[in-house]
Design a protein around this ligand. Sequence first.
Ligand code: SAH
Length: 340
Amino acid sequence: MESIYNKSFNELVTYFESIGQKKFKATQVFEWLYLKRVKSFDEMSNIKKELIDVLKDDFVIEDISLDKVERDVEVNKYLFTLNDGNHIESVLMRHDYGTSICISSQVGCNMGCRFCESGRLKKVRNLTAGEMVEQILKVEEDINMRITHVVIMGIGEPFDNFDNFKRFVEIVNYQKGINIGSRHITVSTCGIIPKIREFSLFPYQVNLAISLHAPNNRIRDMLMPINKAYPLDKLMEEIKHYIKITNRRVTFEYILLSGINDTEECANELCDLLKGLNCYVNLIPYNETNNLGYKRSKKDTISNFYDIIKKRKINVTIRREFGSKISAACGQLRSKKEDL
Ligand code: SAH
């Protein structure tokens, strides 16, 4: 049965109209769900019993359950069980500007990036928008605080689940609901070009991050199979088009893998590639996993790489390290749970 969290406000209005009810029922239900945060239809005390029974026949409320939390000072890692027994993860990070959550968008992932733990499990299915929304609700409940920022950078490729991603944004952005500003939402993709084109027309100002990880086709082909379908030159053209249309800054994520993509030559090549673009580069110290054999770059190599980019006047940061102690890195909790 469908989760009520899967419905946007407008869809709920349509639903109520279709069963001969007034529109304002949608407002009432949204208040119960997102302002009062009730967990059952029975608690919706301003809605008549007969209508509650109809809602119960048509929807479920709680659809995912919290299985396990690992806690550290700045980061919590959550493992959820879905109603079909699959597992996904979310990570909560505390910053000085607020709290951000990194959510999953699929069970498994088909992109097959060689360095990524999540992709060792092939895609089982897409998450519904409701399952993405519930990750936020459950984590907010756990920390008893509002989350201010969302990144869709957990397990899965959001642009391979594009419709649900869009619906998710509509739901969490709705003002009388969770009300997270679209500029506080970031979606990360490995570079599915046709979806970047569609995204450039998406009416919400969600930030775009591109998992680049290499300055040329030779290295990118080796690390990311998606580069065969959508090679770097085409990807860069598409990103330029996106920036032209939206006038928005793009983030490039670049994991530093020892001896693979972390040389000075790579840094310079990266600068050539990004010259003049409205962008910023986020260098990510690799979280080593037991299974994949890649090594994190040395500290000096990372800072040298950073300096080269900085000198070329491209905005660059080194990602603050969260959660490597609690195996919070990218798919590791799930793979431990399932003993993969
Ligand atoms: N599929 C999307 C979103 C999920 S991956 C994408 O590719 O962008 C989110 C980010 O985590 C990507 O940049 C990915 O390359 C990175 N990542 C994956 N495994 C990692 C690891 N072990 N250490 C650091 N970053 C990792």
